[in-house]
Design a protein around this ligand. Sequence first.
Ligand code: BG6
Ligand code: MG
Length: 213
Amino acid sequence: MIRGIIFDLDGVITDTAKFHYAAWKSLASELGIEIDEKFNEKLKGISRIESLEKILDYGGIREKYSDDEINSLAQKKNEEYKKLLKSLDRKDILPGISEFIDELRENNIKIGLASVSKNAPIILEKLGLMEKIDFIADPSKVEKGKPAPDIFIEAARGIGIEIEEVIGIEDSDAGVKAMKNCKMKSIGIGVEADISLSCTSELSLDLIKKFNK
Ligand code: BG6
Ligand code: MG
């Protein structure tokens, strides 16, 4: 019996994935590295510092930077990203997500968030969804990022539901792997998972019930 749903944020609840890409592309370009959308898929679901390290590795210049320099470059990207977030509001919630969240709440299904983004609380506030999420897993409190399962395990603990009774929703390969790594049932948006959808508008309580069979 499914009693909890755990959402990823970027690319599932809202399309901030495009802002992450724009901010990384601009920083990478300043460093003389060109990244494209295909490469960007590898950054989805990956923490800020790890994303930067992947970009520097891709450009073959990782060893040129000290840890301090990496931290300040990551901070620079985040400043740019936060500028892009300024206009974010309810209209940026992806199709069907508000209705789906309301449907879950009306049916007493607990809602958790398993995002590795440190900006998650600000984003949820801007979208007006903060009060509707029962528990936000704090990425700074988990040891390993996706594809390790830690953040999903923490989110399930936070909503007080056993992993077997939870479904996670993700748009990244790293996130789907994280769920597989703790045997959580998964729905993928544009990625392969237990059930794959092409758009968030296909999410519904009826779809969730399919996992009960
Ligand atoms: C994930 C995104 O949700 O959060 C990644 O998919 C991003 O692209 C990561 O790097 C960390 O986000 P933030 O907001 O802490 O830089
Ligand atoms: Mg995502």
